[in-house]
Design a binder for this molecule. Sequence first.
Ligand code: ZN
Length: 266
Amino acid sequence: MLLGRMQELIEQLVKLQALELARTRLTQEMRALPVELSQAHSDLTGAQAQAAEASGALMREEQLRTRLEREIAEHRQKAARFRTQLDSVTTPAQAAAIEHEIQFETAEADRRENEEFESLERTETQEGTLAKARAEVESMASALEKTRERVSQRQREYKVQLDALAAEREALRPLIDQEWLARFDHTAKSRGTGLAKAVNQQCSGCNMGVRPQVWNQLREGQLLNCDSCGRILYWDPAMTPEPKAPQPEPAPGAGRAPRKPHQAGA
Ligand SMILES: [Zn+2]
């Protein structure tokens, strides 16, 4: 193959690989979008669960106080009944027994009043917790809405970009030499990329060294397959400029100056 044609082929393959990599990247980013959305969903669900828990705790305290108040009233009524019985007692022993009952009922009522007071204190804290949880629910709901809008916007953008890349790809592929295209596709399928730059006598796809003769052929503009990974190797003079020669460049056609060992690269 003529060198000019070979250079064109390299450029086509480089462009094809860039298109394929861009397609892969966009597709992966697009697949990550639902993950973002489901994260926002679960943030909201979590906040809702906390609000429900705080609300449940408040309700339980109210139920507790309702029960305590009923019991307090019952003990106070019993104490009052015993007090009226005191009027009709006939012996000191009877009076002492009734006094004991009155003390017991009063103590039971007092104990429940303390419990009720503690419950009211807990309620004050829980009301603060519930208010915070409800604010969090609102904020998460609005975050979810924004995420939903952003995700659908980005999905539309990705679709446009992917369509454009697919069109470029379909236009480019028929221009590429079929044999090289088949080699490219074969390695791209198994390794993710079909083409690799040769840099510093190494394949940049697998980092294995290339034989000196292969390296020389690459630098002459040839395309060769990497012995290790099978990727198509090429050398890009623009990316690895020759070390500056101390003397003026030889005129075109004057022949290649012998390469010094230290210029071969590490
Ligand atoms: Zn390789």
